[in-house]
Each structure stands twice: as structure tokens, then as C-alpha cells.
Write a protein that binds this ligand. Structure first.
Ligand code: FES
Ligand SMILES: [Fe+2]
Length: 424
């Protein structure tokens, strides 16, 4: 158990435990949660060091030897496909004297060769060569240190803890029933864009967990995203009633399409109260109802998997702590948020299309990526505003609107996680 000592400068920042105790449900967090390096260090330990976090897609490491490296706090992790096609994850640290092994964000290797003294590891992590060692040197004792890794229907998660949360098996099984028809393991990366947002990772996640800001903040997204999202039926403003009527019809059509094909679509909402918390639901899109384009028509003519209709809405998946994603009939767009510093977060967006889809024939890259490129840029601006505001001495936590209940859930989950490791 990690115990965080009280901050010696108690007049400047509150202790973590007192911050946790003072958390007011239904209100945004106090400033220190977004600005204090002590809290950031606690987040890396209690959240990113102990939970399953989303880091990549299988499509990024399609062939043997393909790898990506991800940075989580001070830790660098190699995610690689070995020669038996298994996905492995290792600490990116040489077992000789600790040099960083792979410095690129992605690539392909035969073996992993340390740049310092050329210790050489197989993609399965075993040490193959270590020159000039004594005769009794036992290579089998110096394989790379494994990191827990698993794929959830083509989405790769890692966990840095020695004992990862064991509720992920059950979560995975339920999610894969939804993801199955999209066959993410039979996709390729059409585009991937990294955005460094100038905001604490929690502000990035909170921004994602509500669409209270969508109507004003995302004109391109709301072409296909019903502006009623997040409103309780009784709270829908009069001006949005026509949109609500369209939504009801589109939902009815979607449920029929899913029922006919045996695809699950119902909401599962377990965003609090468990380590591997998540939310999944298939929901209708506005406009043509097919994809995230300005008019809602499919961006790729080659549908994912064996799907036989483009009108399957968006299958949305939210995982605590760091992912959101949308699986459409014609493509998938998945997002990860990784903390870089107390006020900077890497948001990585990956667009996946069918492996056989051909750019320029089946899809136009600009059309495929336009809506979320613009939406991400808008969100980055909003999150930066939020970071500036919570850093201002004038900031006080404010109340969430009813449509921000998933933000409250995210914060509640976060406080639950911190409470597990911080002495009260
Ligand atoms: S530190 Fe890697 S071979 Fe020496
Ligand atoms: Fe947004």
C-alpha cells in the first residue's frame, strides 16, 4: 500500500487525503487535482500504475516483429507481435545495465538489440545473445520483464501492476460480444494523429464524458451526433424536440437492424464501483445514419467485417481511465489519453478501415478523418481553457448538469481508485 505523506507546505496545497475527503459529489474537483504535481504522481501510481489502460490496436502490429512503444509516466513499454503471432509487452529496459532498448514509437524488428552492449532479445522476450559472458552465465535468468497485456477484440490493453485487476476477463467477454461483428483484427490503420493537449488528463477525460458542450463546440460532429445526447427525456428543451423525434425513429430502425442480425445494442453502464469500469452502447446517428461524416454517409465503401449494411450507427465504448471509441459500420475511430505531465496529455486518435479497403478507391482520407480532426482540435481548445481556468486562484468547483452524469461517474471512479491507495 502506498501512503502519501502530508504535504509539508500545507498552506499551499491540501493533502491528498483531505482533498479526497472533501470531494463533493456532483461538483467538479478542486484545483489541486488538476494542477498539483503531487496529485499527478499519485494518479500515475494509483490509476495508470494499477489498472488496465488502452494503448494500441492490433492493426498497428499486424506482422511478426511489429512493435509500438508507449510511455506511461516514467515507464516505457514495448508492445510487440512475436514470431508465433502472440502479442507481448515488456519493460523497455535492458536486463544488462538498463539502457532504453527501443527509442522509436513504432517499427519492426527481427530481434530486439540493445544499443549499448548489444544484448539481443527475441520478440518473445527471451535473451538470445550476451557477448563475452562467463561459461556459467544463465541467459534464461535475464529475459525482458513482462508487462501484462491483452487484446479485447483487437484493442490492446496493458497493466503495469504485478497483479492486474481480475475483473477484466468478465468485462472483455461482454465487450467482445458487441465488438465482434466489426472484426477489428481484420482492419488496418488508415490514419493516426497525436495531439498534445494542454490540460490535465482528467480534464481531457471529463470533456469526453459529456456532450453538454457539443452543440456550441462541435458543429461538424453534431451533423451526425444527436444534440439531445445526454439529456433526460423530460429535460429536452423545446428547440430540440424535432431532433428528438428523429432520434427516436433512428433508434427504432437501429434496434430492428441489430435484432435482425443478432447484434447486441443495449446500454451497459458500469462506470463506477469496479476497477475495469466501462460503458458500451450502440446508438443511432443523425443524417444518413451511417458514419461520422458531415452528411452521415459512409466514408469507406468497404464495410468492416462481414457487415451487410452501413446503417449500424455508432457502437460507443468508454473505458476508465483513458479511452473512448466509436465503431461504425465502415470504420472505427479509437482514442487513448496518456498523461505527459500535470498539465499536458497525449491524445492519440486512430482510424481503422477494413484491411482490404484501398485509399482513393474505397475511401478518401480527408473525408474519413475530417469530423474527428476538427472535433479533436475543438476539444483541445476547450480543455486548454479549462486548464487555464482551474489554475486561476478564482476557480471554485462548480455543479455538473444532469447531462454531465458520466463526468460525475468518471470523477467518482477516480476518487474510488485513489482512495484504494491513499491513507484516509
Ligand atoms: S545496457 Fe543493454 S547491453 Fe548493456
Ligand atoms: Fe468534445
Amino acid at each position: 500500500m502506498t501512503i502519501f505523506a502530508p504535504n509539508p507546505d500545507a498552506t499551499a496545497t491540501s493533502t491528498l487525503s483531505s482533498l479526497i475527503r472533501r470531494r463533493r459529489p456532483g461538483f467538479s474537483l478542486e484545483a489541486e487535482f488538476y494542477t498539483d504535481p503531487t496529485v499527478f504522481a499519485a494518479d500515475l501510481d494509483a490509476v495508470f500504475g494499477r489498472h488496465w489502460i488502452f494503448v494500441a490496436t492490433e492493426a498497428e502490429i499486424a506482422e511478426e516483429g511489429d512493435y509500438v512503444t508507449v510511455t506511461v509516466g516514467k515507464a516505457s513499454v514495448i508492445i510487440i507481435r512475436d514470431d508465433d503471432f502472440e502479442i507481448r509487452a515488456f519493460r523497455n529496459v535492458c536486463r544488462h545495465r538498463g539502457a532504453r532498448l527501443l527509442n522509436e514509437e513504432r517499427g519492426s524488428v527481427g530481434n530486439i538489440v540493445c544499443g549499448y552492449h548489444q544484448w539481443t532479445y527475441s520478440p518473445d522476450g527471451s535473451l538470445l545473445h550476451a557477448k563475452d559472458q562467463p561459461a556459467d552465465f544463465d541467459k534464461s535468468c535475464f529475459g525482458l520483464r513482462s508487462v501484462s497485456v491483452r487484446s479485447e477484440g483487437g484493442l490492446i490493453f496493458i497493466c503495469l501492476a504485478a497483479e492486474p485487476p481480475n475483473d477484466f476477463d468478465e468485462v472483455s467477454a461482454r465487450i467482445e460480444a458487441y465488438l465482434g461483428p466489426h472484426q477489428l483484427t481484420n482492419t488496418k490503420v488508415a490514419a493516426q494523429i497525436d495531439l498534445v493537449e494542454h490540460a490535465n488528463w482528467k480534464l481531457v477525460m471529463e470533456n469526453n464524458r459529456e456532450c453538454y458542450h457539443c452543440e456550441a463546440g462541435h458543429p461538424e460532429l453534431t451533423c451526425t451526433f444527436f444534440p439531445t445526447y445526454g439529456h433526460a427525456v423530460e429535460d429536452i428543451p423545446t428547440r430540440l424536440l424535432p431532433a428528438h423525434a428523429r432520434y427516436l425513429q433512428a433508434e427504432h430502425d437501429l434496434e430492428t437492424a441489430c435484432s435482425d442480425r443478432g447484434y447486441p445494442y443495449e446500454l451497459i453502464h458500469e462506470l463506477t464501483g469496479r476497477p475495469s469500469a466501462f460503458r458500451i452502447q450502440r446508438e443511432a446517428l443523425d443524417g444518413a445514419g451511417e458514419s461520422y461524416t458531415i452528411d452521415g454517409t459512409a466514408a469507406s465503401q468497404k464495410l468492416l467485417g462481414d457487415l451487410d449494411t452501413p446503417r449500424l450507427g455508432r457502437l460507443s465504448l468508454h473505458h476508465q481511465p483513458n479511452m473512448w471509441s466509436h465503431f461504425l459500420a465502415d470504420h472505427a475511430v479509437v482514442f487513448s489519453a496518456l498523461p505527459l505531465d500535470v498539465d499536458r496529455t497525449l491524445v492519440r486518435t486512430t482510424w481503422l478501415v477494413h484491411s482490404d479497403a484501398v485509399e482513393g478507391e474505397d475511401y478518401d482520407l480527408d473525408n474519413l478523418t475530417a469530423v474527428w480532426k476538427m472535433t479533436n482540435a475543438q476539444d483541445a481548445g476547450l480543455c486548454a481553457l479549462a486548464q487555464t481556468g482551474v489554475s486561476d486562484p478564482g476557480y471554485l468547483p462548480g455543479p455538473y448538469a444532469p447531462s454531465e452524469s458520466d463526468v460525475d461517474d468518471f470523477v467518482t471512479w477516480y476518487i474510488e481508485r485513489l482512495s484504494e491507495v491513499v491513507e484516509p
